[in-house]
Structure formats: C-alpha cells, structure tokens
Design a protein around this ligand. Structure first.
Ligand SMILES: Nc1nc2c(c(=O)[nH]1)N[C@H]1C(S)=C(S)[C@@H](COP(=O)(O)O)O[C@H]1N2
Ligand SMILES: [Mo]
Length: 379
C-alpha cells in the first residue's frame, strides 16, 4: 500500500515504539488492576492503609501513563499503517497454510481495537461522561484491559525474532542524507508530545504543576473549602436530609446500636489528619480533616481490631452510596468520620453532617453524607 509513504518507517522504529508502548501499557495495566482490586477485592487481595499517598501515586501513574500512551499509539499505528490492513485473504479455512501468520494478524487487530477502546473510554471517564457510560465503564475498561494484555502477549511472542533483529542490527545509514525529519528527530518529537500531554494533565494530581496543566480536567485547588467536588449535595439529592436537625449517625455492632447527633460526635475525642482525596479519574487533593477516628466508633458498639465496617450514605440509588472499610483501614487511627475540613465545619458538598475519610483509598470509597455504620466481621 502506498498511502503515506515515508522513509522513516522501519522495523527498528516500529520495535522501538512498541517497546515504549509496551512499557507504558504494562505500568498502566498493573496500576489499573490494583485500583480494580481495591474496589472489588478478590479474597487473596490485601491493600494497606499506609503510606497514605500510595493510591494517590498508583492511580496518578495509571491515568498519566494512559494519557501519555496516546501519542505513542498514534505514532505506532502510523509506523505500521501500510501493513496494518494486509489481511491474509482466506477463502477456505482448510486452505490456510500459515496459521501463525493468521493468528498474528488477528491478534494485531484485536490489540489495536482494544487499545483504542481503552484510550477512548478512559478519556471519556476523565471527562466525566458518566451519563453516557455509568457502571458500564468499569466493566468495559476492566475486561478490555485483559483482552489487550492477551493480544499483546501473542503479538510480542510472534514478533520476538523480528524485534530482536531490528533492535540489535546496526543502524543502516540512509542512502541519501535525510531531508526534513530524521529518525531520531521523529522519536524525539513523539517523546516530546507524550511529555507535553503529561505535563498538561498531571497537575490535577501533582499540585505544584496545577498552574501549567492547561488540559487538566480538575484543578485540585478549586472548590468549596479549596477542594474539588464531583457530586454536589444538590446533584446527589441529599440537601434536605443533610440539613435535617433530626439527623443521627446510626452505628450498629455486636453489642447493639447507638444514635449520635452531630453534637455527640463533636463531643468525642477529635483527631486531625492530612489526607488526600484521590479520585479514580486521576485528580487528587490533600487537606486537613478533623473528626472522630472510626475505630473509636467501632469500639463503642463492641467491634475490635479485626472488624470490617460498611459505611452507608443518606444518598440513595447511587453506586457510591455505600463502601466497605476493610480491617487495615477500619483500625487505622487516621481513618476518620470527618466533621471538619481545614478547621471549618464540612461544606454540604463535602459531606456534611459527616463523611468517611481514610488513608490510602480511592476517592470513590470516601463516602459522603453518612447515615449509618455497620460494624461486623469481614465476609
Ligand atoms: N455519597 C457519596 N459519596 C461520595 C461520592 C458520591 O457521589 N456520593 N463521590 C465519591 C467520589 S467519586 C470522590 S472522588 C470523593 C470526592 O468527591 P467530591 O469531589 O464529590 O467530594 O467522594 C466520594 N464520596
Ligand atoms: Mo471519584
């Protein structure tokens, strides 16, 4: 195919881009897998409560590597484009001679499709197109990642000899001195584009870069009490319930149920901790939270070191309305039922009357507008 001819295309360029892309994908897959397991833990999975910033880093890396891979993916597709559509023509399956080649071709198509699905759905999620995707996103993004991984392993397995040859062969000088872009110039441009994408977005979680991250979807400094808000009390339909003077936090455990007013909670021993909200979408923001350590409430109803807590919101009909607090987090002294943010009573958009805030946990599990805590043993 003669479309887009370029002397810069070579097995070496393709292999080099593939190597970078593979490394990005590997890191992105691993950090994404961790995030998935924290939210839907398998029985073997365990996630610590410390260091408090660990999830903030893994999820920041997940979103950053995903975004930085977009220019690499575009370049890689460009590099192989003339051959991408070279499908072997199969008239009868019984006549297929080169099965290895056929499998390789199909795996490439699957890989390209899966990579595009991941990039597009990831970007749409960051842009908060929940209405269009909702719960569907997590399922799609998770399973497509496995499909991509499988196709990638097949692809690399089949191409290994070509990759080896391309990367170990001495660089063949071009017959004519290059006019325009050189190979090195092209690689440099691709790397620079990825770097620009990263710097332009990573400020949503790396605070010192917030000022230059022009493409960041969230400014980690903006919102009521200097903290971003995804779901407002209005949007969550909890304005009235949150303002009701009859509100009580209902805590149920092995020894029974206690109902605590906001004054009751404020009269208990208060702890202040600096903890980030680390949204799965990649933005994060740290602040001082003050409230009652969850473990004190656990003890109040007869729970102990091994207790698991289910936090339930006033909000209804939302996937974010409940969250499970596993023992490592439930017993951590900095896991709080927060009443105050930066020294002021919580803004209603941040979860007034009280919210859960725990170290090293995805934002989506930091349940706002609490109504009930159920203390039990891990299931
Ligand atoms: N009840 C409830 N709690 C919630 C949410 C929600 O929609 N409802 N959003 C979660 C998400 S996705 C994040 S990142 C954190 C911070 O969200 P905020 O920015 O809307 O406060 O709160 C979490 N707690
Ligand atoms: Mo979030």
């Amino acid at each position: 195919m003669k479309a887009f001819p370029s002397k810069l295309r070579s097995p070496r360029l393709t292999s080099q881009l593939g190597l970078w892309l593979g490394a990005m994908f590997g890191v992105c897959f691993l950090t994404g897998f961790i995030s998935h397991e924290i939210q839907h833990p398998a029985s073997w999975f365990w996630w610590p409560a410390r260091p408090v910033w660990l999830y903030r880093v893994t999820q920041g890396v997940h979103v950053a590597t995903g975004l930085a891979s977009i220019p690499l993916l575009a370049a890689k597709l460009w590099a192989v484009f003339p051959r991408l559509l070279n499908l072997p023509t199969v008239k009868k399956w019984t006549q297929v001679k080169d099965w290895a080649q056929l499998i390789e071709r199909v795996s490439v198509l699957v890989l390209v499709a899966a990579a595009l699905v991941q990039v597009v759905s990831g970007v749409l999620n960051i842009a908060r197109w929940y209405a269009a995707m909702g719960f569907f996103f997590t399922v799609l993004h998770y399973w497509t990642a496995w499909v991509a991984l499988g196709a990638l392993l097949v692809h690399v397995g089949v191409k290994l000899p070509v990759i080896r040859r391309a990367l170990s062969a001495p660089i063949r000088p071009l017959r004519q001195p290059p006019t325009g872009l050189t190979r090195r110039g092209l690689l440099g441009t691709i790397a620079a584009t990825s770097a620009v994408v990263t710097v332009a977005t990573v400020g949503e979680t790396v605070r010192p870069l917030a000022g230059v991250s022009v493409l960041a979807d969230r400014d980690p400094r903006v919102g009521p009490q200097g903290l971003p808000v995804n779901a407002s009390a209005q949007a969550a339909g909890v304005r009235a319930a949150a303002a009701d003077p009859a509100w009580r936090l209902e805590v149920t455990g092995p020894t029974g149920t206690v109902r605590l007013s906001i004054d009751d909670l404020a009269a208990m021993k208060q702890t202040t901790a600096t903890l980030p909200i680390s949204c799965v979408e990649g933005w994060s923001s740290s602040a001082d939270w003050t409230g009652v350590p969850l473990r004190d409430l656990v003890a109040l109803v007869g729970g102990d070191h091994g207790s698991q807590v289910t936090a339930v919101s006033l909000q209804q009909y939302s996937a974010y309305a409940t969250s499970i607090v596993d023992p490592p987090h439930a017993r951590d002294p900095h896991t709080l039922i927060a009443l105050r943010l930066r020294g002021e009573p919580l803004h209603v958009d941040h979860g007034y009357p009280c919210r859960l805030i725990a170290p090293d946990r995805p934002g989506v599990l930091q349940t706002k507008w609490l109504s009930r805590l159920l203390v039990g043993s891990p299931s």
